[in-house]
Design a binder for this molecule. Structure first.
Ligand code: AMP
Ligand code: ZN
Length: 311
């Protein structure tokens, strides 16, 4: 089946089963009770992932202050994915004008001003600024999560504008960061396979923007910086979709946030990230729309008790 037809079929089945509810904006979805129960099971498994359980946990808001956001370099590399918040700071007169513009069917958003808040695209980006200007005596490890925004509206139920991500992050010496990434390449796919998913590990590149894109992407591939945990949800005839990734950022964030290690070198970082909705959709695509019929071992891993099921 063609990829688009396979996407449409999966989307229709998820909607029909009450797992996804389309919202009036492409790429935005609401999720049903069983979907959330499965997603919670996935999130818990990421939390318990050996040997990275017990590291410091943080749940971040879905925004980064503009200064930190700009420092991550995300705007330079992926402008097509970014989003920011606008707010109203005017007086009564301005308010009346804004309402009149709205009532006249004109663009009322020109009355808003930037809040200097940007939407988070990956929770690890909120981790590095916490260490800005410091020397890390020991490598630090975190488990971080947040709601993420990426402006890539699509009808593919695997590609959302707003989704949740949980990551394990390491920030420290080059050796520690590389070791963490290697660990991610091993335990990340194992974790997904324990849920009955068929996973391949593939070298990958990020969707860099513009004329330099090819060069950056090739550099990332050549240096082996990014590996994705890929599942062929749309059949063997179509390319797979990444459910997670293990990424080595070299000294990128150390340089951006002026973070060093003993001896004066820049701190290096790596992260192992899972898109929680993506893993959940892949589970429904693999095991079927009715969670009560899923294999017992998969249900056990996800903590789905035998008599739960809410609509
Ligand atoms: P990345 O930082 O691009 O490697 O993304 C990490 C993980 O987030 C991916 O492996 C996906 O599971 C998930 N993800 C990325 N983009 C999206 C999206 N648009 N919709 C849903 N999940 C996504
Ligand atoms: Zn990350």
């Amino acid at each position: 089946m063609e990829r688009e037809a396979a996407q449409a079929e999966l989307r229709a089945r998820l909607i029909e089963a009450g797992h996804l509810y389309p919202q009036p904006y492409q790429g935005l979805w609401a999720f049903g009770g069983d979907f959330e129960a499965v997603l919670a099971g996935v999130e818990r498994q990421v939390h318990l992932m050996e040997p990275l359980q017990g590291v410091r946990q943080m749940t971040f808001p879905p925004f980064l202050g503009e200064r930190e956001f700009v420092a991550t370099g995300y705007m330079n590399s992926f402008p097509q994915l970014i989003g920011s918040v606008d707010v109203f700071t005017g007086d009564n007169r301005e308010h009346r004008k804004m309402v009149a513009a709205k009532d006249a069917g004109e663009d009322w958003t020109t009355y808003l001003t930037p809040a200097h808040l940007d939407l988070v695209s990956a929770p690890c980006h909120a981790t590095y600024p916490m260490h800005a200007g410091t020397t890390l005596e020991e490598p630090v490890k975190y488990e971080v999560s947040s709601r993420c925004f990426r402006h890539e509206p699509s009808d593919d139920p695997m590609r959302l504008v707003s989704f949740r991500m949980r990551e394990k992050v390491c920030f420290g010496t080059p050796e520690a960061a590389v070791e963490h990434r290697e660990l991610g390449m091993r335990v990340g796919p194992e974790l997904l396979r324990s849920m009955g998913l068929t996973i391949e590990v593939e070298p990958a590149n990020d969707p860099f923007f513009g004329r330099a894109a090819q060069i950056f992407a090739q550099g990332q591939l050549d240096a082996g910086l990014k590996y994705e945990f890929v599942c062929k949800v749309y059949g063997d005839e179509n390319s797979g979709t990444a459910l997670g990734s293990s990424n080595y950022h070299n000294d990128h964030f150390g340089l951006d946030f002026d973070v060093h290690v003993p001896g004066g070198g820049l701190a290096h970082s790596s992260c192992i990230g899972f898109g929680l909705e993506r893993v959940t959709v892949a589970l429904f695509a693999t095991h079927g729309m009715d969670v009560s019929t899923w294999p017992a071992d998969v249900r056990a891993v996800l903590g789905l008790s035998s008599d739960e099921q809410s609509a």
